[in-house]
Write a protein that binds this ligand. Structure first.
Ligand code: NDP
Length: 254
């Protein structure tokens, strides 16, 4: 039974994995036996994250591309498939936040956020899924958020993008489950990363969060790995189209 959680012989591409949650997920999958492919927009940062994992004795490669660039994504995915080998697991993790009252959000900021958080998921998934469909197997994990379910003041575009990621996950399930793919979303609660620096630096927010979260604390990024390994492994072969919240109970309790 335990063997069904192992990822030996599998290759996983994790977008936006030079730091934060993406890097933690890459480490977790590599510790479970996968070869991981680090991704980010900057060559040096991607190389650095890859070297970090290799120094820990883990199997890592890297590929530099911007998830918003449809053509660059398609070329990078084809290059990986041709030169490294099949991508068995894709984690769509690259994402950004924009905090501002909705009435002040510029069209440019709206499109920048959607381009990464939503178009990026479509771009990379379509490119990778075409190869997976031909092989009749593959695992796609889309990173959602508490905001896939709940809105919050001053982050309406982010909530819209993460709600859409949840529905795109179901749409991918509708179109691709019959081709042997499993597509699920992993929705983290609040974790201390660069994306959340403004919240981390605000003691009033931390106080509110500890009160609001049944577990009574922030999450630690490594606590996302168990759920990610499950969704990436054959242990979840009949789990499809679901969103798994890893949030200390936040979305279950008012
Ligand atoms: P970080 O800001 O710490 O990291 C974001 C990563 O994405 C970096 O590796 C960055 O690398 C990369 N990235 C950003 N834009 C692009 C792009 N266009 N193409 C490729 N890579 C890109 O964020 P987190 O680790 O906090 O968040 C990761 C994911 O988890 C996001 O989808 C976020 O919405 C989600 N999430 C985070 C939560 C949290 O509490 N932190 C809670 C719920 C969800 P580079 O800049 O070098 O390209």
């Amino acid at each position: 039974m335990i063997d069904s959680f192992r990822l030996n012989g599998r290759r996983a591409l994790i977008t936006g994995s030079v730091r934060g949650i993406g890097l933690a997920l890459a480490r977790g999958l590599a510790q479970a036996g996968a070869q991981v492919v680090i991704n980010g927009r900057d060559d040096k940062r991607a190389q650095g994250a890859c070297a970090l994992l290799r120094d820990e004795g883990l199997e890592a490669e890297y590929s530099v591309f911007d998830v918003t660039d449809h053509q660059a994504v398609a070329s990078a995915v084809d290059a990986l498939e041709n030169h490294l080998g099949p991508i068995d697991i894709l984690i769509n993790n690259a994402g950004l936040q924009h905090r501002q009252p909705l009435e002040d959000v510029s069209a440019e900021d709206w499109h920048r956020l959607m381009g990464t958080n939503l178009d990026g998921v479509f771009n990379v998934s379509r490119a990778v899924a075409r190869h997976m469909i031909a092989r009749r197997r593959g695992k796609i994990i889309n990173i959602g958020s508490v905001q896939s379910e709940l809105a919050r003041r001053s982050i309406a575009p982010y909530a819209a993008s993460k709600g859409a990621v949840r529905m795109l996950t179901r749409g991918m399930c509708a179109d691709w489950a019959g081709h042997g793919l499993q597509i699920n979303a992993l929705a983290p609660g609040y974790f201390q990363t660069e994306l959340n620096q403004a919240l981390v630096d605000d003691p009033a927010f931390s106080e509110w969060l500890v009160q609001r979260t049944p577990a009574g604390r922030w999450g630690r990024v490594e606590e996302l790995c168990g759920a990610a390994v499950f969704l990436a492994s054959s242990a979840s072969d009949f789990v499809n189209g679901q969103t798994l919240f890893v949030d200390g109970g936040l979305t279950s309790v008012v």
